[in-house]
Ligand binder design. Structure first.
Ligand code: GAR
Length: 217
């Protein structure tokens, strides 16, 4: 089996990157993390890549000013140099142009800390608490030009507790992120995900039968 060459794009902490690296240590995992790219020199996730001996590069967006295309050409050059086949955005906080996104159509994944299509954008946990939702979570989806809108590959949910704060809720959702991102990448890298009419179909998907109702009556 040839493992898919994956680049993980980060801007900060890199805990999802760490989860992907951990999963890819398993020899049967269908992807390997070949490159870590950051748009920020000080991203903590870069040191995770260095410790793991994974190729890492910084493409500092501030150097390119408002020229998004030049920034993305530099990203693309790094991806090409490392023979990257799949891209995982993991806390990468730059908006990408339609040209770049379309070039990677069906080959670029993102993780978003909410159950899309609810709570697109930033501050998802604060907004979920304000809205009073009882179930919240995270989504792995393919990237399309419209932000946080691509076909959904996998979601994971948590119950919202009466005493939750943004911090406690974020921590439980993050734990879910660390489970679903490696699993979603496994599905994509092994060729089990097809996009059809802007939706994902997963072959041989195992779907648990139980309901998830919060609160318990
Ligand atoms: C994660 O919670 C991810 O879902 C979120 O940023 C965090 C990055 O954490 N992404 C977004 O908000 C994208 N709009 P990490 O660097 O520890 O993986």
């Amino acid at each position: 089996m040839s493992r898919k060459r994956v680049a993980v794009l980060i801007s900060g902490r890199g805990s999802n990157l760490a989860a992907l690296i951990r999963a890819a240590r398993d020899a049967t995992y269908p992807a390997e993390i070949s490159l870590v790219l950051s748009n920020r020199t000080e991203a903590a996730g870069l040191s995770i890549a260095r410790t793991e001996g994974i190729a890492n590069e910084v493409v500092d967006h501030t150097v390119f000013g408002a020229d998004r295309s030049a920034f993305e050409r530099a990203l693309q050059q790094a991806l090409d140099k490392h023979g990257v086949e799949l891209v995982c955005l993991a806390g990468f906080m730059r908006i990408l142009t339609a040209d770049f996104v379309n070039h990677w159509h069906g080959r670029m994944l993102n993780i978003h800390p909410a159950l899309l299509p609810a709570f697109k954008g930033l501050d998802t946990h604060r907004r979920a608490l304000e809205a009073g939702v009882k179930i919240h979570g995270a989504t792995v989806h393919f990237v399309v030009p419209e932000t946080d809108s691509g076909p959904i590959i996998m979601q994971g949910a948590v119950a919202v507790r009466e005493d939750d704060t943004e911090t406690t809720l974020a921590a439980r959702v993050l734990a879910v992120e660390h489970r679903i991102y490696p699993s979603a990448l496994r599905l994509v890298a092994s060729g089990r995900v097809r996009m059809r009419n802007a939706r994902c179909q997963i072959s041989d998907a195992v779907v648990p039968a139980e309901e998830f109702i919060v609160p318990k009556a």
